[in-house]
Design a protein around this ligand. Structure first.
Ligand code: ATP
Length: 441
């Protein structure tokens, strides 16, 4: 899809709800702004994206370790990382209705002004609003301590830097990656999964020698790897681009920062993923605040130093949303209009659906069940469907992006072949049952 489709976002939101991808959070209680729940198909799609990240950035590599840090961290962590002081967005308040909006989001401002059709909206001066979500932990009022739901998953890695050194004994350069939830008290959560208050991130912190040339080389490497990975989710090249942050736009820790942006149909180019040169900011600050030495001992040179960190950081939910926007296609097949998701095959929530041509023929049903059981052993997310006529079943699968449909018909009973239908072209090929799993793979 391209950016000329203004209603696409509404179509995606409605498809997500109707077909079990994503629901508004706690909907029967009226929902909660910026919070969403994933349904059966959405959770598979999100899982496949995360698996693809884990494989490419962690398991396939010998120089990156995986880990999973806790969501709750003491407030002191965020003082050290600079978030208590600097993790803020500018907030303005409408003087008519007192609703608060992010001052640097022109869409949020103009949407709000449009709501007060007849009145001229006046805004308060902007104030800095901290995005960290606070909580208190402990069994009595006296012993309760201040804690935060993490605002980014990054700090969970830095606070475990020494544990990884002591347990895995890695040599520089090496990385630590993880996937997990982050929480931000966003002033104006909006655009469905794009800006939520609870969301998931996937990241690698790659530690290197503190050296200018090495920094440039590694930064370039991780930038390119991130781009190739994102492209592998099924995007057209023209819908992705790099953008370098201007000096005054960079986060407090960043020596250099680039985003991969997606040409979104709802608001043009939007951040999907960031590559940040964090220098030695985090390790130095955590050493200072925790009083634990987080330097690295270089056996080759006999020196101790704080490594630099090149970070790759992507939003899982933004990837889900952008993948859906990119995949949504309306066309005509066999003289009929259809909607289908042209998802990359390796992330489709249902990789293959199996149908008997007719439900009321016991010999077709039992053969279809047999073929389904065989496929299911190898491809566990396969589904079986015998509901309604075959054309409707194809359409239902098209709408959720199932790449292949296998149909068992009368010819199957004669020669042990089935039809395999391709989602994008609608073409069907006959394949022998013996070769079927191989062909589907
Ligand atoms: P933005 O400028 O859009 O607020 P950011 O620069 O603050 O994002 P980072 O702190 O770099 O974002 O976070 C890394 C990634 O996490 C982002 O590229 C994005 O994909 C994702 N992300 C950040 N905030 C949100 C959010 N509120 N909802 C969903 N995903 C988010």
């Amino acid at each position: 899809m391209t950016s000329e489709e203004p209603n696409l976002m509404e179509k995606i939101v409605s498809l997500c709800k109707r077909r079990g991808f994503v629901f508004p959070g706690s909907e029967i209680y009226g929902g909660l702004a910026g919070i969403y729940d994933y349904g059966p198909l959405g959770v598979e799609l999100r899982h496949n994206i995360k698996q693809y990240f884990w494989r490419k950035f962690i398991s396939e590599r010998d120089d990156v370790y995986g880990m999973s840090a806790a969501i709750l961290m003491p407030a002191r962590v965020w003082e050290a990382s600079g978030h208590t002081e600097m993790f803020t967005d500018p907030l303005v308040e409408c003087k008519i209705c007192h609703e608060r909006v992010r001052a640097d989001q022109p869409e949020a401002i103009s949407d709000h002004e449009a709501r007060h059709k007849k009145e001229k909206v006046e805004w308060t001066d902007p104030v800095r609003f901290n995005l960290l979500v606070e909580t208190r932990l402990g069994a009595s009022e006296k012993s309760k301590i201040d804690a935060n739901l993490r605002g980014e998953i990054t700090q969970g890695v830095h606070v475990n830097f020494k544990n990884i050194l002591d347990s895995m004994h890695p040599k520089l350069p090496f990385g630590i990656g993880q996937i997990g939830k982050a929480f931000r008290n966003e002033i104006t959560p909006r655009d469905f999964l794009f800006r939520q208050r609870e969301f998931e991130q996937m990241e690698v912190q790659f530690y290197i020698k503190p050296d200018g040339d090495e920094g440039k080389r590694q930064f370039e490497y991780w930038k390119n790897l991130s781009y190739e990975w994102y492209l592998g989710l099924g995007f057209k090249k023209e819908n992705l681009r790099f953008r370098q942050h201007a000096q005054d736009e960079r986060a407090h820790y960043a020596k250099d920062a680039w985003d991969i942006e997606y040409n979104s149909p709802f608001a043009g180019w939007k951040e999907a993923w960031g590559i940040h040169h964090r220098g030695d900011w985090d390790l130095k600050r955590h050493s200072e605040y925790s009083k634990v030495d987080l330097t690295y001992f270089d056996e080759e040179t006999g020196e101790r130093y704080f490594p630099w960190d090149i970070e790759c950081s992507g939003g899982v939910d933004r990837a889900v949303l952008f993948v859906l926007l990119e995949a949504y296609t309306e066309d005509e097949l066999g003289g009929e209009k259809r909607v289908y998701l042209k998802l990359a095959k390796h992330i489709a929530p249902v990789p293959v659906a199996v149908f008997p041509l007719l439900k009321n023929k016991p010999e077709l049903m039992s053969k279809a069940k047999e073929v389904y059981a065989m496929i299911k052993r190898e491809i566990p997310q396969a589904v079986f469907d015998d509901n309604g006529n075959i054309g409707k079943r194809y359409r239902r699968q098209d709408e959720i992006g199932t790449p292949y449909c296998v149909t068992i018909d009368f010819e199957t009973l004669e020669n042990n072949t089935v039809t395999v239908r391709d989602r994008d072209s609608g073409e069907q090929k006959r394949v022998s049952i013996e070769d079927l799993v191989g062909v589907l793979r």
